[in-house]
Design a protein around this ligand. Structure first.
Ligand SMILES: Nc1nc2c(ncn2[C@@H]2O[C@H](COP(=O)(O)OP(=O)(O)OP(=O)(O)O)[C@@H](O)[C@H]2O)c(=O)[nH]1
Ligand SMILES: [Mg+2]
Length: 449
């Protein structure tokens, strides 16, 4: 990809709108724009960061703003025109005929990164910010955009880099048995980096759940009313409900938000002992949903014996569903029926999915729990899967370094692992970046960003 050409794209969403913004960025941006702009009054000038009313050829009237160093870090002109599809396309065409190139997805932000306006983790936060629909997602993106843990990692990485360079210098003097790199300082630094990395990695489960929706599995016996509960919480007829046991065969997923938190509800096939191979396939998926869930809503039909529910709790754990770190609530359903009894007063949550009673309480319990988890977690939450992976690799390398240092392994071998750790830490902020990493990140962006 040429990095020095002038690129253009519509920066506003595709389609018709009140206005559209066309963004032109690169060394020729100002010259290209001025050759088509009729400034009004004609004596005026495109001055840096000033909005100027102008006519763009014979096409449209609008506002142009020139930034000597725009979002991309290069000369940029942004033109606000009427949001007609014809005007947008014709404006693009004119500039392309003049030598501009249509920008690829994320290319403006990619340039901003390459020109040092943002580090890589901030560029990724821009994508998250654009995607955010809830206050929580917004808050997570903004905290990453403002530097967050990336600044801290950058500083720690720099210290590690300095010590690694000293260690490598020793290799040039291998005959002379000198130690430039202070080993105890190195051990201390590796230790504090590992600690920080682990606390960040531990925050990923919650961070990721808050960003993508907290996985919430609805589990229980056939006919307990799981699908009815899903529909009631969503206030939508999403899943099929019927009096026939075994209606839901496969998992059904849908997200919904309360008080700024997004939950990813997963309705599942009913649990019970059966020889039916198809049903067993469904039950396997129910268990898998319970394994990955942060919240389990165990739906119990309150007109039936509670012994089934207790047996299910046991069989879930036998099947490998660890309840550690999860919330599990027993939702006593069908409380509207005359023979319903609440078998777990004070503990279970009594609802009627068909009447809608008790649902506000259930929603409140769910939100309160997540709010408590968030308050109890570290101030910074890791939300980016790429960073989670890179931190894991960096940590593995650092562990090798720590082992090697305590065992007195020769410096050249320690240096190899140090370089490995430095590499993986560097990919987070973009101190190390190759085309593959960049393409992966920026292809997630939309055109014009
Ligand atoms: N009276 C009453 N009936 C309910 C309630 N919730 C569900 N039902 C009824 O119970 C039957 C089973 O409901 P479903 O929601 O399909 O149950 P399920 O747990 O999804 O069942 P499977 O998909 O077969 O595992 C349906 O006839 C529902 O109308 C409730 O709160 N009160
Ligand atoms: Mg169902």
């Amino acid at each position: 990809m040429k990095r020095n050409d002038t690129i253009v794209a519509v920066a506003t969403p595709q389609g018709v709108g009140g206005i559209a913004v066309v963004r032109l960025s690169g060394p020729d941006a100002l010259a290209m724009a001025t050759s088509h702009l009729n400034l009004r009054p004609p004596t005026s000038d495109l001055r840096p960061r000033q909005a100027v009313y102008c006519r763009f050829d014979d096409l449209d009237d609008g506002i142009a703003v020139y930034y000597p160093q725009g979002y991309t870090g290069e000369p940029t002109v942004e033109f606000s025109c009427h949001g007609s599809l014809y005007v947008q396309q014709a404006l693009l065409q004119t500039l392309v005929d003049d030598g501009a190139r249509l920008a690829e997805a994320g290319e403006f932000t990619r340039r901003a990164f390459l020109n040092g306006r943002l580090d890589l983790s901030q560029a990724e936060a821009v994508a998250d910010l654009i995607d955010a629909v809830t206050p929580t997602q917004h808050q997570l993106a903004v905290s990453q955009l403002r530097g967050g843990y990336a600044d801290e990692l950058k500083a720690l990485r720099q210290q590690l880099l300095d010590l690694t360079s000293l260690l490598e210098l020793e290799l040039d003097f291998s005959q002379e048995d000198v130690e430039f790199a202070d080993r105890s300082q190195l051990i201390h630094l590796v230790g504090s980096l590992s600690l920080r990395i682990n606390s960040l990695r531990n925050s990923f489960r919650l961070g990721n759940a808050l960003k993508r929706g907290i996985p919430t599995a609805i589990i229980g016996r056939p006919n307990a009313g799981k699908s009815s509960l899903l529909n009631a919480l969503l206030a939508d007829d999403r899943a099929i409900v019927s009096p026939i046991a075994g209606t839901t065969r496969d998992t059904v997923e849908e997200t919904f938000s309360i008080d700024g938190f997004t939950f990813r509800l997963i309705d599942t096939a009913g649990l019970h002992p059966t020889d039916d191979p198809l049903e067993n396939l469904g039950i396997k998926r129910s268990i898998a949903a319970a394994v990955q869930a942060d919240i389990i809503l165990y739906v119990h039909d309150a007109t039936r014996s509670f012994a089934d529910a207790l047996a299910d709790m046991q069989s879930l754990q036998d099947a490998g569903v660890s309840l550690e770190g999860k919330h599990l609530w027993i939702v006593n359903n069908k409380m509207d029926l005359p023979d319903a009894v609440n078998p777990t007063p004070g503990v279970g949550i009594a609802v009627s999915s068909t009447q809608g009673t008790g649902l506000d309480n259930l929603r409140q319990v769910m939100v309160d729990a997540v709010r408590r988890d968030k308050a109890a977690s570290s101030d910074i939450l890791l939300t980016n899967a790429r960073h989670y992976d890179a931190l894991g690799r960096a940590d593995a390398a650092l562990r090798q370094v720590a082992d090697a240092l305590t065992q007195g392994v020769p410096a050249d071998l320690v240096a190899v692992d140090l370089r490995d750790a430095l590499y993986h830490l560097g990919t987070i902020t973009g101190d190390v970046a190759n085309d593959e990493i960049l393409s992966n990140i920026f292809s997630r962006f939309c055109i014009g960003k």
